[in-house]
Design a protein. Structure first.
Length: 366
């Protein structure tokens, strides 16, 4: 048994991995945004896991709200049960989470981000991107705090306390799973640190130039790429799944090369979780000519325009050019998927497309 379930997460990500034979095992990857745990994740896990009470691992790809909040809500739920003298309904074997402090922070980033966020709040400046960024980092620290309270091992057996591609021993085993960490690579993390430094300095200078006025709002809505996502290949029972978080396509390819998984620039898996909810800003058409799959999975609901129509066409076109029949699973029907169905009829273009059925919390990815 080796099944991946895409749990409804709206504009976020949430997946449950089931593996093992007579004694099924489970791993949760991301938890989606606010209220997702209560509305979708917990009901889906109770239904899929039946009487099982153990998650071998919970993996947080990165600190974005639409990935981490559901995990925080899960841990808080378990803590409430513990505080009430009840036995938690789940036991978690380990937590995989690359915190901002361990991977990105040069020592003062968090304080400077907090200062920018505070100044903006005092002056009534709406900074959606800044707030989401800072809140995601803060929620990451809360995840670590609650996990420590629950005695959940955090990032066990890692060289530097976090997961990265290209390390001496990039492969980890959990039960019968073989997990190879592809990214982030150390070189890309170093570049990301520099991007954060430039981004924070820009905001600090803008605050100074604007004298803390609402002019600051005009420049605060541009995001810095969150490129620290854990990218991993998971293998079991002869099948391979590629999970990518919100990584950028070129960073995925860098990691595949550094780990030796890419052969002549090409890499094929059974299931490919398309990065960043299918946003075309994170990838190019060329990515789908080199990283290929039998099944492509996108978790999105149309928010922020995701998935982009262009991304969907790149997947379908490159598969047809290579004479491959593929399956496309998008968690929710969106304007982009509607347009795809009109302009690229599945029977003519050699693909099938599926969505989470109405009234259901998840879809199984074959």
């Amino acid at each position: 048994m080796f099944n991946l379930y895409a749990i409804q997460a709206g504009f976020g990500d949430c997946f449950l991995l089931e593996y093992g034979a007579a004694d099924p095992h489970y791993i949760l990857i991301d938890g989606g945004p606010s209220k997702n745990y209560e509305n979708f994740v917990k009901p889906a896990m109770e239904l899929l896991m039946k009487d099982a009470r153990n998650l071998d691992a919970v993996i947080v790809s990165h600190v974005d709200n639409d990935h981490i909040v559901g995990v925080l809500d899960l841990l808080v739920d378990l803590k409430f049960q513990n505080d009430a003298g009840e036995e938690p309904y789940l036991n978690i074997g380990q937590l995989w989470f690359n915190s901002f402090k361990d991977t990105i922070d040069k020592g003062d980033f968090e304080k400077r981000l907090k200062d920018i966020n505070t100044i903006a709040g005092v002056n009534g400046i709406r900074m959606q991107e800044m707030s989401l960024t800072f809140n995601g980092i803060r929620e990451g620290y809360q995840v670590l705090s609650v996990a420590r309270f629950l005695d959940i091992p955090i990032n066990p057996d890692t060289e530097r306390g976090f997961y990265f591609g290209g390390q001496d021993e990039p492969t980890f085993n959990i039960a019968n799973l073989e997990i190879t960490v592809i990214g982030p690579t150390l070189s890309n993390l170093e570049k990301l640190k520099n991007k954060w430094e430039e981004w924070i300095k820009e905001k600090e200078q803008k605050i100074k130039d604007c004298k803390y006025t609402r002019e600051f709002a005009a420049m605060s809505d541009r995001s810095i790429p969150n490129l620290s996502s854990i990218i991993m290949q998971i293998k079991a029972e002869g099948r391979t799944i590629l999970l990518t978080g919100d990584c950028r396509g070129d960073h995925l390819q860098d990691g595949l090369i550094e780990t030796g998984l890419s052969v002549d620039g090409n890499y094929h898996v059974d299931v490919f979780k398309v990065p960043h909810h299918g946003s075309q800003r994170n990838m190019t058409r060329e990515l789908f000519t080199q990283v290929t799959a039998d099944t492509y999975v996108i978790s999105a609901d149309g928010t922020y325009g995701n998935p982009d129509y262009e991304t969907l066409t790149w997947i379908v076109e490159t598969a047809r050019e290579a004479e491959r029949n593929i399956q496309l699973i998008v968690t929710n029907q969106t304007p982009a998927t509607d347009e795809l169905l009109i302009n690229y009829p599945p029977d003519e273009w050699g693909y099938q497309i599926q969505f989470i059925p109405d009234g259901e919390n998840y879809i199984m990815i074959p």
